[in-house]
Each structure stands twice: as C-alpha cells, then as structure tokens.
Design a protein around this ligand. Structure first.
Ligand code: GDP
Length: 138
C-alpha cells in the first residue's frame, strides 16, 4: 500500500553537512519527497512533538538536542513507507543499526542518531500534520 511518513533530518546531520547525502539515500530507496523545509524547532514545538516520551529520563536531553540547531522535516511517500523507512533508518542506537542503514552511516550516538521516522500510521498522520498543512503536500 502506498503510504506517507514523516522523517526529520536531525541537528547532528545538518551540523555535519549530511543533509544532501541523506536525501540522496532516501530517494535512491524509492521515497518521493512530497514536502520538505528547513526550520529550527522552538522548545515548545520539540516538547509537543516528543510528548509521548515525556516520562522518559532522556526527554529533557532530547528536547535540548532537537532545538540545538536547524532540522529538515520531510513528508515521504512510497509503498509501505512507514515500515520501509524504519528499516532504511536502522535501530535507534547507531551502534546496533544494520550496516548500510542511515543511522549506521551517519548517526553518532543513541541520541544524535541522524534522522527521525514515524513508527505507526497513526503517528505518521499526526506528525505530517504537525509540520505540513495538507495543501502543501505535492
Ligand atoms: P526512534 O523511534 O528509533 O527514534 O526511538 P524512540 O522513539 O525510542 O526515541 C526517540 C528519540 O529519542 C531517539 O531517536 C533518540 O534521538 C532519543 N533517544 C532514544 N533513546 C535514548 C536514550 O536512551 N538516551 C538519549 N539521550 N536519547 C535517546
């Protein structure tokens, strides 16, 4: 089934100038970019985006990291986009990610792990709407 998902190229990737390589990687895996922009998250936006993690011990660190520099949210479309992005992205901890995955290639720690990918259809829909009005999707 053709699905849409949300990725965010995270601050560590922007800092290391890996944005182009990550976009090329995603395109080579068959993802179509329906919307993309560069932005800097406010603390309130980062807290809201990661609300599901608010009880986790790393929540404040995660918010500080995600607001530390610009990010690139993108809406991606592909067959089985949600599951396939999770596969191409690799495990949360880059040290445990399959070789060749984006996190294995570009991540540096369990926190600074290069990109985000929605983990379910419900979250994908909510996360796409968080960043992009429907009218902006190609
Ligand atoms: P994901 O779906 O693979 O991104 O992983 P989660 O939803 O579990 O976590 C969200 C984000 O929080 C991760 O992508 C990391 O940036 C960060 N994170 C997850 N686990 C840890 C942790 O144990 N410590 C720290 N500092 N950050 C973490």
């Amino acid at each position: 089934m053709i699905e849409r998902t949300l990725t965010i190229i995270k601050p560590d990737s922007v800092e290391k100038k890996n944005v182009g390589a990550i976009i090329a990687h995603l395109e080579s895996e068959g993802f179509e970019i329906l919307a993309a922009r560069m932005t800097r998250l406010s603390e309130a936006q980062a807290r809201a985006f990661y609300e599901v993690h608010k009880e986790r011990p790393f929540y404040n660190d995660l918010v500080a990291y995600m607001t530390s520099g610009p990010v690139w949210p993108m809406c991606l479309q592909r067959e089985d986009a949600i599951g396939y992005l999770r596969k191409v992205m690799g495990a949360t901890n880059p040290a445990e990610a399959e070789p060749g995955t984006i996190r294995a290639l570009y991540g540096e720690s369990i926190e600074r792990n290069a990109i985000h990918g929605s983990d379910s259809p419900e979250n994908a829909a909510g996360e796409i709407a968080f960043f992009f009005p429907t009218a902006d999707l190609a």
